[in-house]
Design a binder for this molecule. Structure first.
Ligand code: GTP
Ligand code: MG
Length: 402
């Protein structure tokens, strides 16, 4: 799974990316700081399964942190952070499809993205090009980026449509399957195309005669469907932050989450340095080390913002994108003792698309495990389930093979 960060220059994409991955990337107060895409690992935060069995996991990838359960009890290894791939790209400006700014070619790196997090600047202090401004309305950025993403898709479609549509008509190939095959690089499936035809009322007959409007409409709907988007309303700490946030909440019906990327970055770095104890997504943190006056002032002001908003929003956005926008499920491969042959407790946790079955999970572990699947044991209930069993978020399954 790949999640892409998009947005206009200086909206805070690289800050969000650095906060989520702790990778050392360039953050700057001038536009087009990022030129080449940054790849990194972000994490979703879930309640780990091992504590239910009185154990603490040893993740191979990702990590666990202690936490407090619903009853207020301190639990070792309560939270588990499960990795997925995150990507930060250059800023996108109006007219990018005609080559403005850095153009939009770099978006092709995001073709394989399953979803986008659109980082939108709420400060009103810089405009659609990332240049200083006064009282700029953040909603403009949402419209501009939507338009440019649509033009990017349309550009890809236009290139292939002539030949593709004639092939469909002359060879009578299945519309959905042929389109999906051509655009598989954009993660378009035949099922996606079928759903879009159903929902939009687009007539798939005679695609070679489609007008440019019809093709644009199809490209736009497909873009929205195959690259679902969530909005990170960033720079919520600024003077006009909450005012702009309220306005865009009223105007747009995307999932929108208030976000303080810069604050999250400071907290994650301070936690790593041992100055504070901060668990991503929490409303507060604990000062452990000796902070100097400057650090204390900075931490105080971050603390005020996150206690007002409930958190910095970064973890909430990552979780929402994976579990609500994309509907993924976190599934643990587990034996009866929860450990692998080396004694590691629940070393793995996989993110699987919703609708996946026990058999899909077996194949995800290994082709041989899939091929030799007999049954799966739910490690909570100790009940056996068959290959058709639909996975539930947080399941721990032991796969029994021939
Ligand atoms: N006040 C405030 N400033 C922020 C926040 N997040 C990022 N910034 C600032 O916004 C500016 C731009 O940040 P970047 O992360 O480089 O922005 P970008 O979107 O990657 O920009 P390009 O790579 O040029 O497209 C920097 O000065 C950041 O410090 C935030 O939550 N609050
Ligand atoms: Mg950047």
């Amino acid at each position: 799974m790949l999640i892409g960060l998009v947005g206009r220059p200086s909206s805070g994409k690289s800050t969000f990316f650095k906060a989520a991955t702790l990778m050392d990337v360039l953050i700057a107060d001038y536009p087009f700081a990022t030129v080449k895409p940054n790849h990194g690992i972000g994490f979703v935060k879930i309640k780990d399964l091992a504590p239910e069995f009185g154990k603490v996991s040893n993740p191979r990838d990702g990590y666990v942190r202690d936490g407090v359960d619903e009853k207020g009890k301190e639990v070792k290894g309560y939270w588990r952070f499960v990795p997925f791939e995150l990507m930060d790209v250059a800023g996108l400006v109006e007219g990018a499809s005609e080559g403005k700014g850095l153009g939009n070619e770099f978006l092709n790196d995001l073709s394989a993205a399953d979803a986008f997090i659109h980082i939108v600047d709420m400060s009103g202090e810089s405009n659609g090009e990332g240049k200083p401004a006064e009282n700029y309305y953040s909603g403009n950025d949402i419209r501009i980026i939507e338009k440019e993403l649509d033009l990017w898709y349309l550009g890809i479609f236009k290139k292939a449509w002539g030949i593709l549509s004639r092939t469909i008509e002359i060879q009578h190939t299945n519309f959905a399957e042929t389109v999906a095959k051509q655009f598989s690089g954009l993660k378009v499936t035949a099922e996606d195309v079928k759903q879009i035809i159903l929902k939009s009322g687009i007539n798939p007959e005679g695609p070679a005669k489609w007008s440019m409007d019809e093709l644009s409409n199809f490209a736009r709907i497909l873009r929205k469907y195959t690259k679902p988007m969530i909005i990170a309303a960033n720079k919520i700490d600024t003077k006009r932050g909450s005012e702009n946030y309220k306005k865009i909440k009223e105007e747009f019906d995307y999932p929108i989450v208030a976000c303080f990327a810069d604050g999250e970055l400071s907290l994650r770095q301070a936690d790593k340095a041992g100055l504070i104890e901060y668990i991503p997504g929490e409303k507060s943190f604990e000062v452990k080390g000796q902070a100097n006056e400057k650090q204390k002032t900075a931490l105080d002001s971050i603390s005020r913002v996150i206690s007002e908003w409930g958190s910095t929003g970064i973890q909430e956005i990552l979780n929402k994108t994976v579990f609500e926008v994309l509907n993924y499920l976190a599934i643990y491969p587990a034996g009866a003792k929860l450990s692998d042959s080396k004694g590691n407790i629940l070393p793995d946790c996989f993110l699987m698309p919703s609708g996946s079955t026990a058999l899909d999970f077996a194949f995800r572990l290994h082709t041989d495990i899939g091929k030799n699947f007999v049954k799966a044991i739910d490690i909570r209930t100790k009940q056996a389930v068959g290959k058709e069993y639909l996975l539930k978020n947080g399941d721990g399954l032991e796969i029994m093979t021939k």
